[in-house]
Ligand binder design. Structure first.
Ligand code: MTE
Ligand code: MO
Length: 385
C-alpha cells in the first residue's frame, strides 16, 4: 500500500519541519487575526446595524484599520505559500485516519486552506481592480472570512500541543507530549531551515515595506508594489471611479445644476450660491477600502449647516445622492454622528482649486473616519431619512 508519496521518507527535505510549520503558523495567526478584525470594522462601517453609530473621531481610525487589513493580507501571501509547502507531505500521512478526532481535524483543513487561498486571491484581485469572478466581491469576501476564521480556530485548538512542543522556552520538556517534534537539522546541501525562514521573512517584509506607505502619512514615495500611490492623480489625489466611467460628464457640468436638501423646510441652491456658501476648510484623508489613503485640503459647506437650514433634526440621518445614475456607490447614508461633525463637508474645492470632475465636481461628500466608498462624488441631493 505504501508506494509513491506514501512511502516512509518520501519527502526528504529538512524544511518539512514541525518547528518551521509552528512558527509560520503563529505568524499567520497574527496576520489573519488582524485582517479578520479590521475586516469586520470595514464591513460594519459600510453596513452598520441600526444600533451601531460609528464615531467620527479620531479621523485616522479607519485609515489605520483598513491599512492594516490590506497590509496584513498581502504579507500573508508568502507566509501561506511557505506554510503550505512546509506541511504538504502530511497530505500522505499514514495511516490516513487514526481516530474520529484525527479525521475531523484533517477534514477541517479543507475549508481552512480553501478559505485562506480564496481570501488572499480575491483580496489581491480587488486592490488591483481586477474582477475575473462573477460573484460580488465584498459579500463573498465577508462570508468566506467567517468560514476561514472558524476553521482557523479549530486548527489552532488541534495544533496547540504541537506548537507548544516546538516553540518557546521549555519546549524540550513539552516535546514528550506529542509525536510531532522538530528533529535536529540534518547536514546537507540546499537551503537550510534558517535560510528558508530568512527568505520567507524577507519576502513578507519587502511586501509590507513597499505597500504600507500607501496608508502611512508621509511615506507615499515608498510605495512600489501597490496599484495606487497617494499623491498621484488629478489634484494630487488618486481616483477610483472617473467622471467618464460614472457617465456624469454632461450632467455634472450642466449650468442648471442645483443642490437640493430635502427635509421639513426643503430648499435648493444654484452652483453660484453653493460656492458663495463654501467657507469651511478642513484637512481630511480619502481612505479607500483598497488600502490607500491620501490627505487633502477640502473647502465647502458644512453638512450640519445645510441640515439646520432644512430644519432636519439633530438626531436624524440623511442620504447623500450622486448625479451618477447607476453603480453601487451613487448614494450613501450619513448617520447623525458624522452628519453633525463640524468637519463633514459638501466640498466644492480641493487644495484651493475648483474640485476636479473626477473628484466629484460640482460637490462631493467628505467626512472624517469613513470609508472612501461612502464619500459620494457628484452630489446633487441630500435627503432626510
Ligand atoms: N458617486 C460615486 N462616488 C464615489 C465613488 C463612486 O463610484 N461613485 N467611488 C468612491 C470610492 S471607492 C472612493 S475611494 C472615493 C475616491 O475619491 P477620489 O476619486 O476623489 O479620490 O470616492 C468614492 N465616491
Ligand atoms: Mo474606494
Amino acid at each position: 500500500m505504501r508506494r509513491g508519496p506514501f512511502r516512509p521518507g518520501a519527502f526528504s527535505s529538512r524544511l518539512h519541519d514541525p518547528r518551521m510549520a509552528s512558527l509560520l503558523g503563529i505568524w499567520l495567526g497574527v496576520t489573519f487575526g488582524t485582517a479578520f478584525a479590521t475586516g469586520l470594522v470595514s464591513h460594519f462601517m459600510q453596513h452598520p446595524p441600526s444600533w451601531l453609530h460609528w464615531w467620527s473621531r479620531p479621523v485616522w481610525f479607519y485609515r489605520l484599520t483598513q491599512g492594516l487589513h490590506v497590509t496584513t493580507g498581502l504579507a500573508s501571501v508568502p507566509l501561506l505559500l511557505a506554510k503550505l509547502w512546509t506541511v504538504y507531505p502530511r497530505l500522505w500521512e499514514w495511516p490516513p485516519v487514526r481516530t474520529v478526532a484525527h479525521a475531523l481535524e484533517r477534514i477541517s483543513i479543507v475549508p481552512l486552506i480553501a478559505g485562506a487561498v480564496f481570501q488572499l486571491a480575491t483580496g489581491v484581485a480587488n486592490i488591483a481592480q481586477w474582477y475575473p469572478f462573477r460573484f460580488f466581491f465584498t459579500v463573498t469576501h465577508y462570508w468566506v472570512a467567517w468560514i476561514t476564521i472558524g476553521a482557523l480556530v479549530v486548527h489552532i485548538a488541534a495544533k496547540f500541543a504541537v506548537v507548544r512542543a516546538n516553540v518557546g522556552r521549555g519546549r524540550a520538556a513539552r516535546a514528550q507530549l506529542t509525536d510531532r517534534v522538530s528533529r535536529p537539522e540534518p547536514a546537507g546541501d540546499g537551503l537550510s531551515r534558517r535560510g528558508f525562514g530568512l527568505a520567507v521573512g524577507t519576502a513578507a517584509g519587502v511586501i509590507t515595506a513597499t505597500t504600507a506607505g500607501q496608508f502611512v502619512p508621509g511615506l507615499g514615495d515608498t510605495v512600489l508594489l501597490a496599484p495606487r500611490k497617494p499623491g498621484v492623480g488629478p489634484q494630487r489625489l488618486p481616483v477610483n471611479r472617473t467622471a467618464a466611467a460614472a457617465r456624469v460628464l454632461v450632467v455634472a457640468r450642466d449650468p442648471g445644476y442645483r443642490l437640493t436638501v430635502v427635509g421639513p423646510r426643503p430648499f435648493s441652491l444654484s452652483l453660484a450660491e453653493l460656492n458663495a456658501w463654501s467657507r469651511t476648510t478642513v484637512r481630511l484623508p480619502i481612505t479607500c477600502v483598497e488600502g490607500w489613503a491620501a490627505d487633502a485640503t477640502w473647502t465647502g459647506v458644512r453638512l450640519t449647516d445645510l441640515l439646520d437650514r432644512a430644519g432636519i433634526p439633530a438626531d436624524a440621518g440623511v442620504r447623500v445622492e450622486s448625479l451618477e445614475s447607476r453603480g453601487g456607490y451613487r448614494t450613501s447614508e450619513v448617520g447623525p454622528t458624522h452628519a453633525r461633525d463640524p468637519a463633514t463637508l459638501l466640498a466644492t474645492r480641493l487644495g484651493g482649486e475648483v474640485l476636479h470632475l473626477d473628484h466629484g465636481y460640482p460637490a462631493r461628500l467628505i467626512a472624517p473616519n469613513r470609508p472612501g466608498v461612502l464619500q459620494t462624488k457628484w452630489v446633487h441631493r441630500v435627503v432626510m431619512v
